[in-house]
Write a protein that binds this ligand. Structure first.
Ligand SMILES: C[S@@+](CC[C@H](N)C(=O)[O-])C[C@H]1O[C@@H](n2cnc3c(N)ncnc32)[C@H](O)[C@@H]1O
Length: 362
């Protein structure tokens, strides 16, 4: 479900000083061509952040594409977010915030789902080393004050290295930043005090980069609320990678720009993790990792319980009302699979049985 508020495009265009139709002008699209080439070439990956034209284009195109990634994860991490915000005031920090992408995404999410929790945000804080990015973030903050529901949320933007600010906020979000870092080891607070959200490009190389951090956080006592339903070494680590996707054309504005940029693939892949001190029930819980593939009226898809990755099969003769959710679940959903088998036995057989009971958890 899109969470862009009705005024989203006005808000975006107001902060970027754009008029309707400007999204297709060369002034905006040319930097995106260059930015894309730079992001592909790792040796110049960060140079765009100091270029006002590139940052403006990034904010117009990539910020709206990135926001739904956070929304999908927050929908699927149990009550980790509500627990983190329950005893406000809570500081929310985005490390490497650029234009403030995930700060605004979180605000829009709460505005839509839990406006009662908005007063529990003590402060939004964006940290970035680029003054160009921070200036832009400040413009979005100014513009957001026009929404009476969000007008009172204090915003602060700090220039600096994100490593210096990772330990001291109740909710910490890093998005598309760790992939630019040589070393992803981070100083964090304690699991009882912090909710950590990591969102990165959905490539195998970035997944390998994040795995040591995942282990660092498990060793530090954090629970994984998304995506792994358990705390074990990742079973995908050796030969695959855990990633999800959103439809980047949720906004017609982005579809128009993507068409002009010849970027017609609607899928935008990402890697995402939510860590906190809140325990997510792991028993019989499986994360759906792929779309349903239909072969001769059977359904096949990858699911993972954090210990076993299984290419599970629901044969046409085994379809039943009780296990229909196996086919119905979306990639990224968590399912509860109840049957009189342990996970290891199921992982070997791979077959869903007509007597298995499957429910979508979130
Ligand atoms: C790809 S942008 C991501 C912006 C935003 N988080 C998003 O996902 O849309 C990466 C941002 O991280 C910032 N950045 C990279 N390394 C940094 C560092 N060591 N300390 C602070 N900011 C950093 C860059 O200046 C840039 O604004």
């Amino acid at each position: 479900m899109p969470l862009f508020p009705d005024y989203f495009q006005d808000w975006l265009f107001d902060a970027l000083a754009l008029q309707p139709g400007d999204e297709l002008c060369d002034e905006l699209l040319e930097p995106l061509h260059t930015l894309h080439r730079r992001l592909m070439a790792s040796d110049a990956a960060t140079a765009y952040a100091d270029d006002p034209a590139a940052m403006r284009s990034y904010a117009c195109f990539y910020m709206p594409i990135n926001m739904p990634k956070l929304w999908r994860m927050l929908d699927r991490c149990g009550d980790a977010l509500t627990t983190a915000l329950a005893n406000g005031p809570v500081t929310v920090t985005e490390l490497g915030c650029g234009p403030g992408t995930f700060l605004w995404a979180l605000l829009f999410y709460l505005r839509h789902h839990r406006p009662d929790l908005l007063p529990n945000i003590g402060k939004l804080m964006g940290v970035d080393r680029s003054p160009v990015a921070l200036k832009l973030a400040g413009k979005f903050a100014k513009s957001i004050r026009r929404d009476p529901l969000l007008a009172k949320v204090p915003c602060e933007f700090v220039q600096g290295d994100w490593r210096e600010h990772s330990g001291n906020a109740g909710i910490v979000i890093t998005g598309n930043v760790l992939n630019e870092a040589d070393d992803t080891a981070i100083t964090f607070g304690t699991p009882a005090e912090q909710l950590l959200i990591i969102i990165e490009p959905g490539t195998t190389a970035v997944f390998q980069q994040i795995l040591p951090l995942r282990q660092q956080l498990i060793d530090g006592g954090f629970q994984i609320n998304f995506p792994c339903p358990s705390q074990h070494a990742c079973p995908l680590a050796a030969d695959n990678w855990c990633h999800f996707h959103i439809n980047r054309f949720e906004l017609p504005l982005i579809q128009r720009m993507a068409n002009r940029l010849h970027r017609q693939n609607d899928r935008h892949h990402f890697i995402g993790f939510v860590f906190s001190g809140t325990t997510t029930n792991a028993e019989n819980q499986w994360r759906v990792l792929s779309r349903l593939r239909r072969v001769h009226r059977s359904g096949i898809r990858y699911i993972c319980d954090g210990r076993h990755v299984v290419e599970a099969v629901l044969g046409r003769r085994d379809k039943a009302t009780g296990n229909a959710a196996f086919a119905k679940a979306a990639a990224g959903d968590r399912i509860l699979m109840d049957g009189p088998r342990d996970a290891a036995t199921f992982a070997q057989s791979k077959h869903i049985r007509s007597t298995d009971r499957i429910d979508i958890v979130d």
